[in-house]
Design a protein around this ligand. Structure first.
Ligand SMILES: Cc1ncc(COP(=O)(O)O)c(C=O)c1O
Length: 377
């Protein structure tokens, strides 16, 4: 018997086929003018993305991890400071905190949305001893914006900074307000697999504060002042490449269309699967970027193995919460301390998700999942 044809988990080729003439032209324009560092496409992209996010300032940077570090640097976060992060996230959220000498404090997530739990944040702040509560970094996990309204009530009550980690959330919104404008400072990533991805590494910061925008521009370029060799603060080399900005300018023109295609696919998955598995939460008024479509299952590992045998790739984001990771465990309180994060790490499974998936492929995925779970619909 022939092995089943494997479905791609994401399909960047399909996107490139759609946009090839425009992307190629933009890339060649950069090769022709040769301004590879902070060429005109960087400012053009920053303006376009700022408009997309309803008029905020955008600063293009080297990747999402550096974006988080620059945001913390701009707020002068450092040793002695507590920065609250969800435990159920990608390592970069906590890594950026430690790179600045501050201390990550892991907070639990909501079992349905998988995003930072504002009630547990209140508990974590109250329990903090010997550190100054300085900042909170909620994450838009799988593309669903975090609960910024409730979290900002907590940050305001304690005089803390709110930095959104929207590496997965760009194109999402709450009540029509887009990610990038849901927090005073937002960091995002253009890693190729993200909702807005480039052809390498890239990232950006969003801020509503023009002076903060200038500080971030200075920080991404070695802390320069008005003149090039006038160094007014300790910064980094963390600029967005001109070539990546040129590519992103084209991809940004289809970002909302792609979000709608992802939304449609998520609705199809829901219609076929929500009776047999726990489908992603859809809080009222929230638009997800659908970076991932992530279901929750009791027997996750067996289901994943069976799907793989049918040629259906899946991913586990993330198999271990940060407070139980060997390199981070000393900042947490061990097994049992953050039960929702621990439980989700055993149950989540992300299905193939991208804007160009034909419906027959989505149907094959759902048929296979129903067969594995041995249910008719
Ligand atoms: C939640 C989250 N934060 C931060 C990052 C870091 O982004 P980058 O890979 O661009 O450094 C990622 C990317 O994978 C992420 O998913």
């Amino acid at each position: 018997m022939n092995a089943p044809v494997t479905i791609p988990f994401i399909d960047l080729h399909a996107q490139y086929s759609r946009l090839k003439p425009q992307i190629d032209a933009r890339m060649h324009a950069v090769l022709d003018h040769g301004q590879f560092i902070l060429g005109p496409e960087v400012a053009e992209f920053e303006r376009a993305l700022g408009e997309f996010a309803d008029g905020v300032q955008v600063v293009g940077v080297s990747n999402g991890t550096d974006a988080l570090m620059l945001a913390l640097m701009a707020h002068e976060v450092g040793p002695g400071d507590a920065v609250y992060v969800p435990s159920f996230t990608f390592a970069a959220t906590a890594e950026a905190v430690l790179m600045l000498g501050a201390t990550p404090v892991f907070v639990d997530v909501q079992p349905d949305t998988c995003n930072l739990d504002a009630d547990d944040l209140v508990r974590a702040v109250a329990m903090t001893k010997g550190l100054r509560p300085r900042a909170v970094i909620p994450v838009d996990l799988y593309g669903l914006p975090a609960d910024y309204r409730r979290i900002s009530a907590v940050t305001q009550a304690h005089g803390m900074h709110l930095i959104a980690d929207a590496a997965q959330g760009l194109s999402g919104a709450i009540d029509g307000v887009r990610v990038g404008n849901l927090a005073p400072m937002t960091a995002t990533s253009f890693f190729p697999a993200k909702p807005l991805g480039c052809f390498g590494d890239g990232g950006a910061l969003f801020t509503r504060d023009a002076a903060m925008g200038e500080t971030l521009r200075s920080l991404r370029g070695h802390g320069t002042g008005k003149a090039k060799y006038d160094i007014v603060r300790i910064g980094m080399n963390a600029r967005l490449d001109t070539l990546q900005a040129a590519i992103l300018l084209v991809k940004l023109t289809v970002l909302e269309d792609e979000r709608l295609r992802r939304e449609k696919l998520s609705r199809y998955y829901d219609s076929r699967l929500s009776n047999i598995i726990e489908a992603p939460a859809r809080p009222e008024g929230y638009a997800s970027a659908w970076a991932q479509y992530t279901i929750k299952l009791a027997d996750r590992d067996a289901v994943q193995a069976a799907l793989a045998r049918s040629g259906i790739p899946t991913q586990i984001y993330y198999p271990r919460p940060m407070h139980l990771q060997p390199a981070y465990a000393s900042y947490g309180h061990g097994e049992g301390s953050l039960p929702a994060s621990e439980n989700l790490s055993r149950r989540v499974l992300s299905l193939p998700m991208h804007p160009y998936m034909p419906e027959e492929v989505a149907a094959r995925i759902c048929d296979a999942l129903c067969a594995v779970l041995r249910v008719g619909e």
